[in-house]
Design a protein around this ligand. Structure first.
Ligand SMILES: [Fe+2]
Length: 389
């Protein structure tokens, strides 16, 4: 009788472990690899910037976007959670990662200026993300920031590293109030990037591994790429290392829309020059400016600003959504990028986005879509054919 009871309790314990605990592949076991069709897709969720309970519209959109596009990786592009207190941060992170965890979609994160600015440190937030299967590590805890790391993607035959992804902490606010503004990527982070890129190159027979870079705050070079320089100062906000820019961009130097002036740090730490010198990065992806949805190219590297996916933080109906990158291993010097807009997803036949709390009617989303298409159509007049949206 005693043995039967023991067997029964072991069996029940097994059932509990198998069915009650969340099931996801551990980060160590996850291998990123191009599919048999040679493709690899990355979906970007930026600036969710919410606390618990997370807006239903945001979560519903994330769920529907993942179901429709089934990406191979998701990147949370910073300002991920803004909850007060450890317990709330933990619950918020559990909520926002659940769409990936429940579908076994691997994901990585970077931190934004709002992550860790309340009671919970970035290090603790990273622990919470890792508890829910996040692939991001803090590759060198001794360098500035948290979560500086990279992930490599294997070729479809699994024989070599085909592509690499950089995740850099753009830090939060400049510590010197005289300088003000946002912090910048520091020298030791740039050195870590260079050293790691060199090691990847050496492992790859002396050829740089083509890469993309994800970080929250846009680099100062965005101004050099798309804004006119001014010969005089018009206020602190638009002056970077002594050069002042007029905060209205050239229409013909970016595709997409810019609804607020880009907000990089006022100090340039040389990160962009390190990318150009190393020659591995084909595109850089930033969040931070929630309503900006644009692509520009500067010195051969793309600058992509991904708007917010969230309904909670400030946002705009014509730009809200997720970014989607498609890589094809046949040519990794290039990639495809599209925005999965909230207004498009809400108009899908089986979408629940019009029904969840905070959702609007189909007619509303159709109007938003019409307005966005109109703006894109007008903007396209100023653009060369290959840049049109
Ligand atoms: Fe944000």
């Amino acid at each position: 009788m005693k043995t039967a009871k023991k067997v029964l309790s072991i069996f029940l314990a097994f059932l509990m472990i198998a069915f009650i605990l969340p099931v996801f592949a551990s980060a160590e076991e996850t291998v990123l690899q191009f599919g048999t069709d040679g493709k690899f897709q990355i979906m970007i969720f930026s600036d969710i910037q919410d606390d618990f309970p997370v807006e239903e519209t945001t979560l519903q959109f994330m769920n529907e976007a993942l179901d429709k596009y089934q990406p191979d990786l998701v990147v949370y592009l910073g300002d991920n959670s803004t909850a007060m207190g450890d317990e709330n941060e933990h619950k918020t992170i559990e909520s926002i990662t659940e769409p990936c965890v429940s579908r076994n979609v691997p994901y990585a994160i970077v931190f934004g200026n709002h992550d860790g600015e309340r009671e919970t440190s970035r290090e603790t937030l990273l622990d919470y993300f890792q508890e829910f299967g996040c692939l991001t590590t803090d590759a060198d805890p001794d360098i500035y920031g948290c979560g500086n790391s990279n992930l490599t993607i294997l070729s479809s035959d699994g024989k070599k590293t085909a592509f690499n992804l950089w995740f850099i902490d753009s830090n939060a606010y400049h510590p010197d109030p005289e300088v003000g503004g946002y912090d910048y990527v520091r020298e030791d982070q740039i050195q870590w990037y260079k050293d790691t890129a060199d090691a990847l190159k050496a492992e790859n027979g002396g050829k740089v591994v083509p890469s993309m870079l994800f970080q929250h705050i846009i680099m100062p070079e965005a101004y050099e790429a798309i804004y006119p320089r001014l010969p005089f100062k018009i206020g602190k906000d638009y002056t970077i290392d002594g050069t002042t820019y007029f905060p209205v961009p050239f229409f013909n130097r970016h595709a997409g829309i810019i609804l607020e002036p880009c907000s990089p740090p006022f100090v340039n730490g040389g990160q962009w020059d390190a990318l150009v010198e190393t020659g591995d990065v084909i595109a850089t992806f930033f969040g931070h400016d929630h309503v900006n949805d644009f692509i520009a190219t500067h010195e051969g590297i793309d600058i992509v600003n991904v708007p917010t996916v969230g309904y909670q933080a400030y946002s705009d109906a014509i730009s809200r959504g997720a970014g989607l990158i498609t890589l094809d291993e046949k040519d990794l010097s290039d990639y495809e990028y599209e925005m999965i807009y909230f207004f498009d997803m809400a108009r899908e036949e089986d979408s629940k986005l019009t029904e969840v709390e905070g959702g609007r009617s189909r007619i509303y989303y159709s109007f938003v879509r019409f307005f966005r298409k109109l703006l894109d159509g007008i903007h396209n007049i100023f653009l060369p054919k290959e840049m049109e949206r």
